[in-house]
Ligand binder design. Structure first.
Ligand code: NAD
Length: 498
């Protein structure tokens, strides 16, 4: 593990062996908090991608992984969980350096990744088919769940190892083979996952890891005829391209896309809890979270107190050095993302939304002055029609919108193209559940910002995508149902009577 914290030149994992890109190409991967060069990352060519898919295809078609006793596959996944747990500290630090997130956030993710692998290790032996009521007395009818085949797993940069695990763990559990493509800017923990998989006993070719700096690598994977399923997490715009491309070869697709999720705060909420929860909901991971509760809808009776407390508490958040355990808001991962956040803040101001907090990069931060990318926690008082309240900014930018009635709150929550997540803050259990039922999002969390756990399906309505991750039903997305019908009559059948 000595090379892990300071990797220099990384390689591609193809067919169980680590190799340079076929044409020797690589690109620079930098620490967004400091601008320091972290690694030279192999730049996979089309030939490398073909080789990775070819090795995944071979490893699937030879049947060894797909038909291995489920309990044996489970043991390998448990071993992966164990190795990730043992290396959590190093992996968290690597993630911090690659992504810029606060170390406290990264540590929480590592523990969630261990839980994810353990969950799907357990699920491996529970991938049940069904015994069905026979259509005729002389029939036995069952279903079996067979692995879907070769999976292309494409992940974004905001939770690099976590989101890779959400795909790799259930895919391996189901008996699929995988080509994992991390985001160009955050490939390092995916490479470590490849090493861990080999060490845990995942057979060669079952997990391949390809890295590259451009968008074409993902596109090649989606269009590749030897890939059976694409599990994609990323923006809604890219999701549309993925769905359109995958349709050509009728690939199975799951899409986990963008969000503009609301926190709904009612007059009868516990104010301190609602403020703390709403604040975490938007500012954790510097707002670079698909489920960031970026729209905070607050009822009129509590609005002024909520805003005062929200602003006061937000000012106390520690922004800066991601490796400092006290930091709560780390760096912005990409330069273009930093520019996008700035552009949206300018749009908010130009549209007439009122800046309650932030709206700019911190000007007193040593690392920011030193080429690091940071953004101050920002809040706008806005209308739900403002662009800052409608479009995914993907940064630490909240919009606060006032409402009067429960019906208005639900209407505002649903007045969005997205439908990923929501939080409801109310002490009235009837109201909270009524509102939860009315909101069209894949998840509703009542009186908590935390809603993502292994075993609890996570995914979107509307433009937030389709399919669910993290649940038992996710296993189904990596399988095909096969119906097996057996004739058990005493007298052999003779349909034509000839
Ligand atoms: P992105 O769509 O730009 O990229 C995502 C991944 O797709 C990257 O690995 C990228 O290289 C690859 N890619 C780019 N073009 C491609 C193409 N044409 N075909 C196939 N793959 C392609 O997204 P991003 O900026 O990396 O991530 C941020 C987005 O991800 C946000 O919109 C966020 O909401 C979303 N997200 C969703 C979830 C969820 O679970 N719903 C979780 C995290 C992030």
């Amino acid at each position: 593990m000595t090379t892990m914290a300071t990797p220099t030149r990384t390689q591609l994992l193809i067919g169980g062996s680590w190799q340079d890109a076929s044409d020797g190409a690589f690109y620079d991967d930098r620490n967004p908090a400091t601008g320091a060069l972290l690694a030279e990352v192999a730049q996979a060519s089309r030939a490398d991608l073909d080789a990775a898919v070819g090795s995944a295809r071979k490893a699937f078609d030879n049947g060894k992984w797909a038909t291995m006793a489920a309990s044996r596959r489970a043991k390998i996944l448990y071993k992966m969980a164990q190795l990730i747990g043992e290396r959590a500290k190093d992996l968290a630090l690597l993630e911090v350096r690659d992504n810029g997130k606060a170390i406290s956030t990264a540590k929480g993710e590592m523990s969630a990744i261990v839980d994810c692998f353990e969950f799907y290790a357990g699920a491996t032996t529970k991938n049940f088919g069904e015994s069905l009521p026979p259509p005729l007395p002389t029939y036995l009818a069952t279903t079996v769940r067979e692995p879907a085949g070769v999976v292309g797993a494409i992940v974004p940069w905001n939770f690099p190892l976590l989101l890779a695990s959400w795909k790799v763990a259930p895919a391996l559990a189901a008996g699929c083979t995988v080509v994992l493509k991390p985001a160009p800017s955050t490939p390092l923990t995916a490479i470590e996952l490849g090493k861990i998989a080999l060490e845990a006993g995942v057979p060669e070719g079952v997990l391949n890891v390809v890295t590259g700096s451009g968008r074409e690598l993902g596109a090649w994977l989606v269009e590749h005829p030897a890939v059976d399923k694409i599990a994609f997490t990323g923006s809604t715009a890219t999701g549309r391209l993925v769905a359109a491309s995958a349709a050509q070869s009728l690939k199975r697709v799951t899409l986990e896309l963008g969000g503009k999720s609301p926190s709904l705060v009612f007059d009868d909420a516990i104010l301190d809890a609602a403020v703390a929860g709403a604040l975490y909901g938007i500012y954790y991971n510097a707002g670079q979270a698909c489920d960031a509760r970026s729209r905070i809808l607050v009822q009129a009776g509590i609005y002024d107190d909520f805003v005062a407390s929200f602003v006061e508490k937000s000012r106390k958040l520690k922004v800066g050095n991601p490796e400092d355990p006290a930091t709560q808001v780390g760096a912005i991962t990409l330069r273009e993302q930093h520019e996008k956040i700035k552009a949206y803040c300018d749009i908010g101001i130009a549209e007439g939304a009122k800046v309650l907090l932030g709206g700019r990069a911190p000007d007193d931060l040593e690392q920011a002055l030193n080429d690091g990318m940071f953004w101050s926690p920002t809040a706008f008082e806005a209308s739900n029609d403002h662009r800052v309240a409608r479009e995914e900014i993907f940064g630490p930018v909240a919009t606060l919108v006032r409402f009067e009635t429960e019906a208005e709150a639900v209407a505002l929550a649903n007045d969005s193209d997205y439908g990923l997540s929501a939080s409801v803050w109310s002490q009235n259990i009837g109201r909270a559940n009524r509102v939860a039922r009315g909101i069209r999002t894949g998840t509703v969390a009542i009186n908590t910002p935390y809603a993502i756990f292994p075993g609890i399906p996570f995914g979107g309505f509307k433009h937030s995508g389709y399919g669910r991750e993290l649940g038992m039903e996710t296993m189904r997305a990596y399988t095909e149902t096969k119906s097996v019908l057996t004739f058990i009559g005493e007298k052999p059948m003779n349909p034509f009577g000839v």
